[in-house]
Write a protein that binds this ligand. Structure first.
Ligand SMILES: [Zn+2]
Length: 365
């Protein structure tokens, strides 16, 4: 499995070179320049005509977390970086990184957000970037904080295609959507209208390439990393890699039964070795260049594995070593949910090491 992943990422990096900046045709460059001009023109009236009061009234504001809007992050790519915390009443369940890829005739949205009401506000922010119609949506994985806002997009654009990994669609329909609805319902109070889920409509598989209105995407399915439903989405025109929750910065999420911390480490190490994108976008936290985005989370997981292996040999439990491990992660102390989630992750590492030993034992027989 690991070998397959490596092979597919090597392919990814080869294609990366094919569509790299230096190989752009002059027509492509012209097209991008035109699109940027259009975006500039589209933005102008907002600044000129609206008073600051009006801007405030229409801003997407979430209490102490401030005001949220899309910002240009790469060529034709705009990202709204959500609050780097778990879902709560004040952030109304908005805490992910919705993104827009602008093509000549429309917009392609990645992970529109965590519920119908938040989705409507994000739609209003999308329209401030461009009035072009939304022509496609990608969902990175099964967790509702990333895709429940599909509902608001489908309401406005009933024929929009929503892409996700085949297993994401399957398990979401089989009950994972309900599980996430329950999690968000316990922590926020604005889920009205979310329950009739807008599931993705187009199943993608590992290694598939899709072209939407001149924008090339390549997707990879890491079989076991954050979950077994994830897609890494590479936007080749801009050289942007959307990692979903296989990468986080500034907060920790959860690893469920379908996930693998050891798999997540292998994935991020391969990405470090084999890829050279201009922009890496985590599921939560600020986007950036390769090392600044990947290293903190990868180093965290590697410390867990290293300390976990020592504990496993000595037959120690996670709670017995968590304070020592915490001291080895000084750069993590301000990350949201660190105190609560780190011991759970450590425990998950010990479970995975136990499973590895069992597998090794049974293959020797
Ligand atoms: Zn997630």
């Amino acid at each position: 499995m690991r070998h397959k992943l490596l092979t597919s990422l090597v392919t990814l990096s080869l294609i990366t070179n094919l569509y790299g900046e230096e190989h752009k045709s002059s027509a492509q460059i012209m097209q991008e320049a035109l699109a940027q001009m259009e975006a500039l023109v589209a933005k102008k009236p907002i600044k000129v005509k609206e008073s600051s009061q009006e801007v405030n009234n229409t801003a997407f504001r979430l209490g102490k977390y401030g005001t949220f809007k899309f910002e240009k992050a790469n060529d034709n790519v705009y990202i709204m970086h959500g609050p780097v915390v778990g879902p709560n009443k004040e952030n109304q369940g908005f805490m992910n990184n919705p993104a827009i890829v602008e093509s000549q005739n429309g917009l392609i949205v990645v992970d529109p957000g965590g519920n119908y009401n938040v989705g409507k506000k994000i739609l209003a922010e999308i329209e401030k970037v461009s009035k072009k119609p939304i022509i496609a949506v990608f969902n990175t994985h099964k967790h509702g904080d990333h895709w429940f806002a599909n509902k608001a997009i489908v309401e406005k654009y009933p024929n929009v295609e929503i892409y996700a990994h085949s297993n994401m669609i399957k398990v979401s329909k089989e009950g994972e959507a309900e599980v996430w609805y329950g999690i968000l319902n316990r922590t926020t109070e604005n889920l009205e209208g979310t329950k009739e889920f807008a599931f993705p409509t187009k199943a993608l598989e590992d290694g598939q390439e899709i072209e939407i209105d001149g924008q090339k995407f390549m997707v990879q399915h890491p079989h076991t990393a954050h979950t077994d439903t994830d897609l890494l989405i590479a936007h080749m025109n801009s050289m942007t890699l959307f990692l979903g929750d296989n990468l986080m910065k500034g907060r920790l999420g959860s690893f469920d039964d379908s996930s693998s911390i050891i798999g997540n480490i292998a994935l991020l190490e391969n990405i470090k070795k084999e890829t050279n994108f201009k922009l890496y976008v985590p599921g939560h936290g600020i986007s950036g260049k390769l090392d600044e985005t990947i290293d903190p989370f990868l180093n965290y997981l590697k410390v867990l594995l290293k300390e976990g292996k020592i504990a496993y040999k000595e037959d120690l439990e996670a709670y017995e070593i968590k304070d020592e491990v915490m001291k080895k992660l000084p750069w993590m102390k301000d990350w949201d949910a660190f105190q609560n989630n780190m011991p759970t992750h450590l425990n998950k590492v010990l479970i995975e090491l136990g499973e590895q030993e069992l597998e090794a034992g049974s293959s020797e027989e």
